[in-house]
Design a binder for this molecule. Sequence first.
Ligand code: AMP
Ligand code: MG
Length: 327
Amino acid sequence: MFKTQVLSIDQQSLEIAKKYIADGEVVAFPTETVYGLGANAFDETAVKKIFVAKGRPSDNPLIVHVADKQQVYSIASEVTADALKVMDCLMPGPITMVLKKQSTIPHCVTGGLDTVAIRMPSSKQAQQFLSAVKYPICAPSANTSSRPSPTSWQHVAEDMDGKVPLILKGDDCQVGIESTVLDLTRDVPLILRPGMVTKSEIEAVLGKEVFFPDAIDKSMNSPGIRYKHYAPACETFLNTDGNLQKITEFLNENKNAGLVALEKYKNLAQKFFSLGNDAQSGAHNIFSALRDAEKVCDKLLIVWDLTGEDADGVFNRVIKSCGGKII
Ligand code: AMP
Ligand code: MG
């Protein structure tokens, strides 16, 4: 048990963060996607503390965050031509690439795989932290495992108070959902997790087709939806067609239910949590909406009826939030 310090980012707090990381401790920090829970990627004992703080299954690998492109070479054993293109055109930014790993990266970082996920955040505050601590930092989202990801320092404090020595207090996360994960170790590049960097943007950069196995997740009974993930404390349902009759019936039958949806549905529920007007605002708002809603609702309906590839990232999160329960 720690007495957790929550400090704004300045020279003094960055010095404290640097010392904790050098001593093998875990520090929470802001990025443009979500807040991360970071440790020195080369320090096995420190990395294991992340899994304990989150209650994360040990076979779920972590993303290694770097301050500059040079650090990529200390983590990946093969920086391919495609990786160079991604680094030149899409980094820093909300994209993660999976490459063959260096043997110095501990197994606990990669869940025993011989590949490693690497990301360079664009958020200035994340860059300040990564530059100050000097080491590549492996970090998952700074939430208790299975809970909605944290997009503000208050969300981190809700889940991590007493579990880590330091939370760096930065801005709310601008993007709001985790990075696009792109596997570059196969013949055809593969999107393992959709985010706000889309398939078309990646294809334009690589000059070739990229595979995104989305069809399986678009149906309600996807066998892929096995793990509880991003789940609020209250029972949650999803609607993907915006059918007003179904939505109002649900809300009439469940008097204390909340509605998380685009602004245009505002008038349908008293307990309404807005996702704004488009895919970008939906991503920005989704996790804070889920965390706000769970505090005052005993059931929740998410309506996410936007289509198109920039809506895929939010769809991927909300289908998991509701455990595949679609109305
Ligand atoms: P999180 O830390 O919760 O944002 O999740 C990290 C994501 O990156 C998960 O979806 C992991 O499965 C994925 N990931 C991390 N490392 C690898 C890797 N070496 N190969 C494939 N996926 C990875
Ligand atoms: Mg996570």
